[in-house]
Write a protein that binds this ligand. Structure first.
Ligand code: XUL
Ligand code: CO
Length: 443
């Protein structure tokens, strides 16, 4: 265990959170996440690549549009902003270590406050990044991805790269440049672009296609800069349909696919998919993951969940095993994460004001994903689900179906086929049987 002074922000856990098994009654222990347990040839730790996000876990205050902050954190006590930033970094690495996660991620403005001007902000970021580098070395915790906050500051009120003013575009690009430098310095495995305000509030004042092309320009600049500095991490784009804007251009997997193809960016970005964003887009997370995986651009997951009755991005911790099973089935189907991981882009509720609540939240999410992984692997090993799907599409692998798919049949051939074979025989889709099959493994 590292011996730096920060081991004091989370006194409720001494040492690390332990795996105690399903019969344990200890709320500060894992019941299902056993990092060294092998599932389908890899350990749970290797499969799940759990990541703690800086913004919600250490910077969220519990404030909402109706109320003031509810959380008072020890690491926020210092009056000097840079001292506060370093104390927060101490707290963060203490938390990562005690929880036993291998990865973290951040926005530039989470770890370092904005300075008096751009150059001052860059200087402060540099100082805090140096501090983080020492912490990473001390603990072995790695950076899954970094990103730039291009949505909080008032200068970005009308968007960052999609702003009608090129001066704001320049500011955003310059900020991304430094956030990429910070990510590179910390050995980041990836870098994420979430278009916080890259959309519009009203079409009355908006040139939509121009703004989309601006966004693509910034991404191409980032691709070039990546080569320039020798950063080999994976770029991600993170779909979200709305909030804070009325409509965001990278609204869902399929819109992102269209955008990346239209602007020749398919080779350079993968998707970082978030469950609550899928819900806002009117999709299931399973749909979003499937669409990305089948297009070959599924990269990473922001693991959270929404509320079925509250229509905004509530960013709650995922506890639903049905959901985690669906997610892990898609991750296993793509052969597992390579650069990505399960990032808890989730925050504790406004009344969960104690630091121990941060542990309960992450422990619950990690246990839910550990079970999801085991169940998904069992479904795959069992093979019955896949066999039903295989049989359903079997007509396409030979004869007439195969010739259609390889482009060797015309309308006239289809007409001839119908005349010879008559009315197709309808078959059951077996939805209920398959739902029961999934529950066989979950219950
Ligand atoms: C916002 C969101 C972001 C991104 C990173 O809804 O998900 O926190 O994950 O900018
Ligand atoms: Co996110």
């Amino acid at each position: 265990m590292p011996s730096y002074k920060a081991m004091a922000y989370f006194p409720e856990v001494s040492g690390t959170v332990a795996y105690e098994g399903p019969t344990s009654k200890n709320p500060l222990a894992f019941k299902h996440y056993d990092p060294n347990k092998v599932v389908g040839g890899k350990t749970m730790r290797e499969h799940l690549r759990f990541t703690v996000c800086y913004w919600h876990t250490f910077k969220a205050t519990g404030s909402d549009p109706f109320g003031l902050p509810t959380m008072v954190r020890g690491w926020d006590a210092a009056s000097d902003p840079i001292e506060r930033a370093k104390n927060t970094m101490d707290a963060a690495f203490e938390f990562f270590t005690k929880l036993g996660v291998e990865y973290w991620c951040f926005h530039d403005r989470d770890i370092a406050p904005e300075g008096t001007d751009f150059a001052d902000s860059c200087k402060i970021l540099q100082e805090v990044v140096d501090y983080a580098e020492v912490k990473q070395k001390e603990t072995g915790v790695k950076l899954l991805w970094g990103t730039a906050n291009l949505f909080s500051h008032p200068r970005y009120q009308a968007g960052a790269s999609t702003n009608p003013d090129p001066n704001v575009f320049a500011y955003a690009a310059a900020q991304v440049k430094h956030a990429m430098d910070a990510t590179h310095k910390l050995g980041g495995i990836g870098y994420t672009f979430w278009g916080g305000r890259e959309g519009y509030d009203t079409l009355w004042n908006t040139r939509m296609q121009h703004e989309r092309a601006q966004f693509a320009r910034l991404l191409h600049m980032a691709v070039n800069y990546k080569k320039e500095i020798g950063f080999t991490g994976q770029f991600y784009i993170e779909p979200k349909p709305m909030e804070p804007t009325k409509h965001q251009y990278d609204s869902d997997t399929e819109a992102c696919l269209n955008f990346l193809r239209e602007f020749d960016l398919m080779d350079h970005l993968k998707l970082n998919l978030e469950t609550n964003h899928a819900t806002l887009a009117g999709h299931t997370m399973q749909h979003e993951l499937r669409a990305a995986r089948e297009a070959g651009i599924l990269g990473s997951v922001d693991a959270n969940t929404g509320d079925e009755l509250i229509g905004w991005d509530t960013d709650q911790f995922p506890t639903n095993v049905y959901l985690t099973t669906q997610i892990m089935l898609e991750i296993l189907a793509m052969g597992g994460f390579t650069t990505g991981g399960l990032n808890f882009d989730a925050k504790v509720r406004r009344q969960s004001i104690d630091t121990e609540d941060l542990f309960y939240a992450h422990i619950g999410g990690m246990d839910a994903f550990a079970r999801g992984l085991e169940i998904a692997q069992a479904i795959i090993d069992d093979g019955r689900l896949e066999a039903v799907v295989e049989e359903r599409y079997s007509g396409w692998s030979h004869g007439f179906g195969e010739k259609v798919m390889s482009g060797h049949r015309t309308f006239a051939d289809c007409e001839d086929h119908v005349l010879r074979h008559g009315e197709p025989v309808r078959k059951s889709g077996r939805q209920e049987r398959l739902e029961n099959l999934i529950n066989e493994f979950i219950l």
